[in-house]
Design a protein around this ligand. Structure first.
Ligand code: SF4
Length: 303
């Protein structure tokens, strides 16, 4: 395919997908919300869950975003070295955000720092934010890309924190930090929350791992059995806070807790917390070398 045509095709696709993600929640989040609704015993909390589903149905019917805050757009790209247009992908994703801002439409959420002016199209310096990963290590012929789109709303970004703990703080210190963050700020983030926890050496690595944790499919577990157990213990403990949907109290606080980790310096425990809200707008799309695509996050998605 001619390079210009290919560029236009991928821009069209990513603009459409970005807009779609703003209007439809991924299947795993919908399923979890339905499960929490079914298990809710407070009539008021049950009514709030019902209003969430009514809101989602109206967004789909009217073809509008399911929350007024369509967030700061972030992309997490995992691409093979031979993915066509790789060198142009940052520009393509930026153009896709400009297009989605008009066509979806998306709220204007990019204020240029130090200039203090809204750019009006959700782009700006390092906006959209793009994280890169090279896929298929050991396979230089890898030619597809998997792109996550995430809409980082203001309310759900607000609780995010990272800190380096003294080594003696141990995993108890990690748990205490997670509880402090969620108990202090979680109510601002439109519960039920998806809580991502990163454990690493320093603030930036722990923070990025905590963000990657909320991109994992709900219900997935850390491959280390002790870490997976900690995810479950944190989930159970945070649910006992009983924030309930939109923080009005109820049986649950979280959609889930996901933990990501790296090997770390023995003298530190870096811990990061990122939070997703009930309207967790995360979309995953796989794009082939011929620009065919498959939406992985949303069953029955049509672009
Ligand atoms: S926290 Fe989520 S649901 Fe609440 S206003 Fe922000 S983006 Fe919307």
């Amino acid at each position: 395919m001619d390079t210009r045509l290919a560029r236009n095709k991928l821009t069209d696709l990513m603009a459409a997908f970005t807009g779609y993600v703003g209007k439809h929640l991924p299947t795993d989040v919908l399923d979890k919300l339905a499960e929490l609704r079914a298990g809710e015993t407070s009539p008021l909390a049950a009514a709030v869950y019902d209003s969430m589903f009514e809101n989602l149905a109206a967004a789909a019917r009217l073809d509008r975003p399911c929350c007024q805050d369509t967030g700061a757009i972030q992309f997490f790209v995992r691409a093979g070295a031979r993915f066509p247009l790789l060198g142009d992908l940052a520009g393509i994703l930026t153009d896709a955000v400009r297009r989605a801002t008009i066509e979806a439409p998306l709220r204007h959420n990019a204020v240029e720092t130090f200039v203090e002016k809204n750019t009006g199209d959700n782009t700006g310096s390092r906006a959209p934010w793009i994280e890169w990963e090279i896929a298929g290590s050991g396979d230089p012929g890898q030619d597809e890309a998997v792109i996550e789109v995430y809409m980082a709303g203001g309310g759900c970004s607000l609780p995010g924190q990272a800190k380096v703990l003294m080594p003696a703080a141990g995993y108890e210190g990690v748990a205490a930090f997670v509880f402090d963050v969620v108990a202090s700020y979680g109510v601002n983030a439109c519960p039920p929350l998806l809580v991502g926890v990163g454990v690493s050496t320093s603030v930036e690595t722990a923070a990025m791992l905590s963000k990657r944790a909320i991109l994992r499919p709900l219900g997935s577990r850390h491959p280390n059995p002790d870490a997976a157990r900690m995810e479950l213990l944190l989930e159970n403990g945070l649910n006992r806070l009983g924030l309930g949907p939109q923080g009005i109290t109820g049986n649950a606080t979280v959609l889930g807790v996901h933990l990501e980790s790296s090997a770390r310096h023995p003298s530190t425990i870096g811990v990061g917390v990122s939070v997703g809200c009930w309207a967790h707008r995360r979309g995953t799309i796989r794009i082939g070398a011929d620009l065919s695509h498959e939406v992985l996050s949303h069953k029955e998605a049509s672009l």
